[in-house]
Design a protein around this ligand. Sequence first.
Ligand SMILES: C[S@@+](CC[C@H](N)C(=O)[O-])C[C@H]1O[C@@H](n2cnc3c(N)ncnc32)[C@H](O)[C@@H]1O
Length: 228
Amino acid sequence: MEGDSCKITDENNSCCSGNTDKEEIVMKDHWNHTYSKNKTEKLGWFETDLSPTLRLITKAGIKKTDLILNVGSGNTTLIDKLLEIGHTNLIATDISDISLQKLKDRLGERKIDYIVDDLTNSEKLNKIAPVKLWIDRAVLHFFTDDKDQDSYFKLLQKTVVKNGFVILAEYNLNSASKCAGLPVHRYSKELLMERLEPNFDLIESFEYIFTMHSGDKRPYIYALFKKL
Ligand SMILES: C[S@@+](CC[C@H](N)C(=O)[O-])C[C@H]1O[C@@H](n2cnc3c(N)ncnc32)[C@H](O)[C@@H]1O
């Protein structure tokens, strides 16, 4: 989990206290630190309006018993909502054990598997049962290295079942160049299609402007794909 592939260089020392300039910071520590020091609703990406993701889940038309994998879930209230609307087979996964513990403290064990793993260097997710729906909001865009992106998409391609779905919601080309103090790789519909075709078909995509609690705007690209 703390292998070389999840290290970054933080030139501005903006992530974690106690680190010097240019020091390599382990991603897991960065995210654990972020979740430890902030209340969930104060996190820059915290959303109260889950409707863009929920609309695409409805469009996918999956059954309530189908396996849903929320990658980089952190402590998102999307999991609460999925339970509330009757989904019974959920996996919440994140590199940050602290974020998942917060989620577990709120929701308990019912109908949810919690898996601490690194999407770019998977030790556990590469062994789970095929999933019907992969949901990623604001996670893929943190993978700026080709190697990490390749690992992520390899895992996605392997994990999603035939006729299954993928929802990706990432900073779009007009969005900020950093998120949570980290540089991001921004996407368009076409860039996402390049990564998923020819094994997936694009079903729908749209741009969405997310307003942070600070009032700052962050434009996202949302896309729903179906595996052929
Ligand atoms: C901006 S937050 C988004 C959280 C959640 N998806 C949401 O929309 O509220 C990014 C999340 O990705 C997780 N993450 C970052 N790098 C990761 C990696 N290599 N593997 C798994 N999760 C990762 C972080 O811990 C964090 O919870």
